[in-house]
Design a protein around this ligand. Structure first.
Ligand code: DX5
Ligand code: ZN
Length: 233
C-alpha cells in the first residue's frame, strides 16, 4: 500500500508548537470516498499539511459521516500524516480511546456537546492526542472563554456544522480576533467552513493559522493551486 513520508512535519507537535506559515487542512468530507487513498495522497503530495476528518453522529448534526475504522485505515496507508479529528457528536468522550487506538493525532470536541469539556481535554491528552475545542457560529463566546487555556487548538466554525459546501459566515472573524488576543504562542486557531482562497485571506488576517477546506480543495481540478492560495503562498 502507498505510504508517504513528510519530513518537516513532526506529527507529535503539529498543533502544540509554533509554526511559521499557515497550515492547510483538507477535510476529506468532500473527497471521493471510492478513491479515498488516491485523493488523500494527491492533496498531501500537493502541499496539504494534514488531513481533517469530520465525524458526525446524526444527532449533534443532521448528518452521518465516518468513524474510527476509517481513521485506522488512513493511518495504515499514511503512517506519517497528521490526522486531525473533528467530533461533531453529542458524546465525544465515548470515542477518545477508539480514535487514539485508530492512530488519530488530534481530537477536537465541541463546547456545545453534552459532556464536560475540561474533563474531556484531560482524557484526550492522557490518550496521547492534542486537544481542540470548537464553537458553533451562534454560540456565545463566553462558553469557550474560560476553557481556552486547556486546549491546544481552538476551532471557530464558520458555517453551521453538518455539511460541506456552505457559505462562510463573516461574523465569526470577530471571535477569531478575540481568541488571537488571548492565546499563547503554542496554541492554534482553526477555521472550518466556507474557507476558500478569498475568505482565507480574512481568516489569516484575523489570526487563524489552520485553515480547513473541503469543497474549495476537493471540488477543484488543481489541488496544488487551491492549497497554495488558501495558505496565502
Ligand atoms: C462542516 C465540517 C467542515 C466541512 C467544510 O460541518 O466541519 O469541515 O467539511 O466544508 P467546506 O470547506 O466545503 O465548507
Ligand atoms: Zn471540520
Amino acid at each position: 500500500m502507498t505510504s508517504i513520508s513528510m519530513p518537516g512535519h513532526d506529527r507529535a507537535s503539529l498543533f502544540s508548537a509554533p509554526r511559521d506559515a499557515a497550515m492547510v487542512a483538507p477535510s476529506i468530507l468532500s473527497a471521493d470516498f471510492g478513491r479515498l487513498e488516491v485523493e488523500c495522497k494527491a492533496v498531501l503530495d500537493q502541499g496539504a499539511d494534514l488531513l481533517h476528518l469530520d465525524v458526525m453522529d446524526g444527532h449533534f448534526v443532521p448528518n452521518l459521516s465516518m468513524g474510527p475504522a476509517l481513521c485506522a485505515s488512513l493511518r495504515r496507508h499514511f503512517p506519517n500524516t497528521f490526522l486531525d479529528v473533528h467530533m461533531m457528536v453529542t458524546h465525544p468522550g465515548d470515542f477518545i480511546e477508539p480514535f487514539a487506538k485508530a492512530g488519530a493525532d488530534h481530537f477536537t470536541i465541541h463546547v456545545e456537546c453534552e459532556e464536560d469539556p475540561q474533563s474531556l481535554a484531560d482524557a484526550i491528552r492522557q490518550s496521547g492526542m492534542t486537544a481542540g475545542l470548537a464553537i458553533k457560529p451562534d454560540t456565545d463566546f463566553s462558553r469557550m472563554e474560560p476553557l481556552i487555556d486547556s486546549f491546544d487548538l481552538l476551532l471557530v466554525m464558520s458555517v453551521h456544522p453538518g455539511f460541506s459546501g456552505q457559505a462562510f459566515i463573516p461574523e465569526v472573524l470577530e471571535t477569531t480576533r478575540r481568541l488571537k488576543a488571548m492565546i499563547g504562542p503554542n496554541q492554534h486557531i482553526q477555521m472550518d467552513g466556507g474557507v476558500d482562497p478569498k475568505t482565507a485571506i480574512e481568516c489569516r488576517q484575523a489570526g487563524c493559522d489552520v485553515l480547513v477546506a473541503a469543497s474549495a480543495i476537493f471540488k477543484q481540478d488543481d489541488y496544488r493551486q487551491a492549497i497554495a492560495e488558501i495558505r496565502g503562498s
